[in-house]
Structures are given as C-alpha cells and as structure tokens.
Design a protein around this ligand. Structure first.
Ligand code: PXL
Length: 265
C-alpha cells in the first residue's frame, strides 16, 4: 500500500497550484493523497481574483473525518487562509508524530492575498515549532524573519532565524533570486547550511512551483527517505517538470506534474 500523504491547503480551480497540484504531485511520487481544504481561490493561469477562507470549525471537522480513519505517513500544509485556521492545524501538528512540511504561503505571485494579515505571526507561533521542514520562498522568508531576503547570504540568515522558532529544517527556495543565484535553494538542516544550485536555469514564468516542491518532499519523507535526499530528488523532479511545462491557459505555465521522476530517485 502506498503511504497516505495529507495535504492541508487551498484550492486552485485551474489545477496548477494548491490542493490540485499537491494531489497530482503526491500521486506522481508514489503516495496516496488525502486533502483538507482551507481556502477557496478564484483563479486561473493569469492570477487570483478572489480568495475565501474556509471557517475554522469546518477545517477542524475535515481534519477529524480524515484523521479518525486514515493514518497519514506525512502531512503538507499550503495556504491556510486565516490565523484561526493556523491554530486548528497547529493543534493537530502538535500531537502528530509524522513529518510535517509547511509551505508558509501568504501571497500569490499575482492577485489578492491568500490569508489574513495575522498569518505570518500565527504560523511562527503555532505551526512552525512543530514542522519538520518549512519551505518559504524569498518573500515568505523575509516575512517570517523580519528583514529583506535578496541574496543567498540573506537566505542563510533568515533560515537560521526561522529554524530558531523550533522547526528542524528550512528550505528557502531561490526561484526569485536575481542574477546567477536564480534557482539556487538554501537548505538549513539541523544546524548546517547547504546551497542547492539548479542543474539548469529556465526562462519563463511558472505557476505552482512551491506547492509541487513541498508536496514532493512530503511524499518522499512519507516513503522513508532521509530529508536531504527527499529535498534533492524533489528538486531534480521539479526541474524536469518545469522544463516540460506546457501552457494550459494564457498566463503562467503550471508545473508539469506528470514529468518523470529522476532515474536515480
Ligand atoms: O503557490 C502558492 C499558492 C498556494 N495555494 C494556492 C494558490 C497559490 C498561488 O496562487 O492559489 C491555493
């Protein structure tokens, strides 16, 4: 039986990000995907026009339904929508003994915010202390660390500061870095920093990269891979998923979730 991987995240009806991306990615990496919805977005490949948070008691009851029956081997969180939902999810994380990968999503690249203004504070206080791995992009790392993150050195400092909130590891993704460090991720793992350069830098605008990466890592952790390998193999897969991405609409290309896994992975 494949391991159950639970994603707690928002819906992207155009299928490129959020829960839809997570489920496709979990399946691709050999997991059985279960999902709890936290935010409904109205969006397509051109951006998010509206986001409606799911009430916290509805999130709590979805979690209860799934967790009284299924036993996830790993959990991934994405857009949570409100500080109140972060608290509900944090309560479950606190009692969990499986790996949690937390993607601290608050803003889409284009469009309206995916959460209330207290989200970063609630994440830091209620969820990050129970996370195995937190996967901010540069902007999210800046929000959590409280200073701008524009270079790998900034990412290193931010990762150290975020890890001090209590999570084991932090992956600052470098898709938005300028110049020759674009695409280099910074992994802070149990007190050491590793730079993970891309094997190729791809031009173009993509949608849902962070969702796909964190869901792939969660699935690999569920399958028992050690964290650094899970991160490296997920990154290798994401690169092939970006290299073979196709336009489904007029805007940014979604990740090609069907891309083959790295032959070594
Ligand atoms: O990629 C961040 C993200 C996560 N989750 C949902 C989203 C987005 C970006 O648009 O819509 C639901």
């Amino acid at each position: 039986m494949p391991p159950v991987v639970l994603t707690i995240a928002g819906s992207d009806p155009s299928g490129g990000a959020g829960i839809q991306a997570d489920l496709k990615t979990i399946h691709r990496h050999g997991g059985y995907g279960a999902s709890v919805l936290t935010v409904l977005t109205m969006q397509n490949t051109q951006g998010v026009t509206r986001a409606e948070a799911v009430p916290p008691d509805v999130v709590r009851d979805q979690l209860r339904s799934v967790l009284t029956d299924l036993a996830p081997a790993a959990v991934k969180t994405g857009a949570l929508g409100s500080a109140a939902v972060v608290r509900e999810v944090g309560e479950v994380a606190r009692r969990s003994e499986v790996p949690w990968v937390v993607d601290p999503v608050s803003l889409p690249s284009r469009g309206v915010p995916l959460g209330d203004g207290l989200l970063a504070e609630a994440l830091a206080a209620e969820l990050l202390p129970h996370a195995t791995l937190v996967t901010p992009n540069a902007r999210e790392a800046a929000e959590l660390a409280g200073f701008p993150v524009e270079t790998l050195a900034d990412a290193n400092r931010a990762a150290e500061q975020i890890a001090a909130l209590g999570c084991r590891s932090v992956l600052v993704t470098g898709g938005h870095f300028a110049g020759d460090t674009r695409g280099t991720d910074l992994l802070w793992d149990t007190g050491r920093a590793f730079e993970l350069p891309p094997s190729q830098v791809l031009a173009g605008e993509f949608h849902g990269t962070g969702c796909a990466l964190s869901a792939a890592i969660a699935t690999r952790l569920a399958r028992g891979e050690p964290l650094p390998e899970a991160v490296k193999r997920s990154k290798a897969w994401l690169e092939s998923a970006l290299a073979t991405a196709f336009p489904v609409g007029a805007g940014a290309k979604p990740v090609n979730h069907l891309a083959p896994l790295d032959p070594d992975a």
